[in-house]
Design a protein around this ligand. Structure first.
Ligand code: SF4
Ligand code: SF4
Length: 277
């Protein structure tokens, strides 16, 4: 079973849930797909055994063939190519690697070359198989790295995917194809606003989902009210607890020091299993 953990906004405790859940289960893979800011390793402290580069194809212009007709620049909807009177400028940081410009060039002046956009790190954290994507600094193309991480999915294991926060294409890439998505939120107006956006995305993708309310007690009851109205299951509620916060601040998953929570994560997993479509 593949479970994604997402959140409409950052800082809700999504990675805390992903790592504690992974530590509670057996035969688990944890995939950190929050490739812009991966931090599951801070809690799991894996031993990394392999690092794989991830590439996309970007255009390379042979100006000896180019007649500056501008067809490639006209075609590129990402404005990665700009045609001047006697110069073609390429902005690789805007290129989405669609492969279209070499096809439209009438002079065969464009070839493609590989550009590294990030890395995938593979290792182990105790019994957990750990895989993490890291996007290179300044690189805007997260999706190829996320897809490469997901290539490592082992169907014989329970897979937990830590997605990016928000509702961007990175989140869609991470949660797409998963059996169930857990949305982590906090009971505040901001938490509710972003939860609603995330719910809309999951409905469109047709992925079954439920909510974990983290730091209950810091805000109001409106998230609970919304979930009740919309028929969204609340899978688990984690109170605002000084001990949890203190353990978190030391980079330690709280089930390791508060073992009573392990049972709750096992119950959570059972609930999720019973709710998958
Ligand atoms: S389409 Fe080809 S020939 Fe025309 S400007 Fe672009 S690279 Fe040059
Ligand atoms: S590969 Fe696609 S996105 Fe990149 S420059 Fe060419 S047309 Fe634009």
């Amino acid at each position: 079973m593949i479970i994604s953990i997402a959140s409409g906004k950052g800082g809700t405790g999504k990675t805390t849930i992903a790592t504690n859940m992974a530590l509670s289960l057996k035969n688990v893979q944890l995939l950190d797909c929050d490739v812009e800011e991966p931090n599951a390793h801070i809690f799991l402290k894996p031993e990394i055994k392999q690092q794989i580069s991830v590439y996309t194809s970007v255009p390379k212009i042979d100006e000896t063939r180019c007649d500056y007709c501008g067809k490639c620049a006209e075609f590129c909807e990402f404005n990665a190519l700009v045609a001047l009177k006697n110069k073609i400028m390429v902005f690789l940081e805007l290129c989405h690697g669609c492969g279209g410009c070499p096809i439209v060039c009438p002079k065969n002046a464009i070839t493609e070359e590989d550009k590294e956009v990030g890395v995938v790190k593979k290792g182990v954290a105790g019994d957990i198989e750990f895989i993490c994507g890291e996007l290179n600094i300044g690189e805007p193309m997260a999706v190829p790295v996320i897809r490469r991480v997901k290539n490592e999915i082992d169907d014989d294991k329970t897979v937990i995917i830590d997605a990016s926060p928000g509702t961007s294409c990175s989140v869609v890439a991470a949660v797409h194809g998963t059996d169930y998505c857990i949305l982590v939120t906090e009971p505040t107006p901001f938490g509710l606003h972003d939860l609603k956006l995330a719910v809309e995305v999951l409905k469109k993708l047709g992925i079954p989902f439920g909510v974990i309310i983290n730091r209950e007690g810091i805000g109001d009851q409106n998230v609970q009210g919304y979930c009740k109205e919309e028929g969204v299951p609340i899978l688990l509620t984690i109170p605002m607890d000084r001990r949890i916060a203190e353990v978190y601040s030391r980079g330690v998953p709280f089930i390791l020091e508060m073992p009573e929570w392990k049972e709750k994560f096992l119950e959570l997993f059972d609930k999720v299993q019973s709710m998958r479509s």
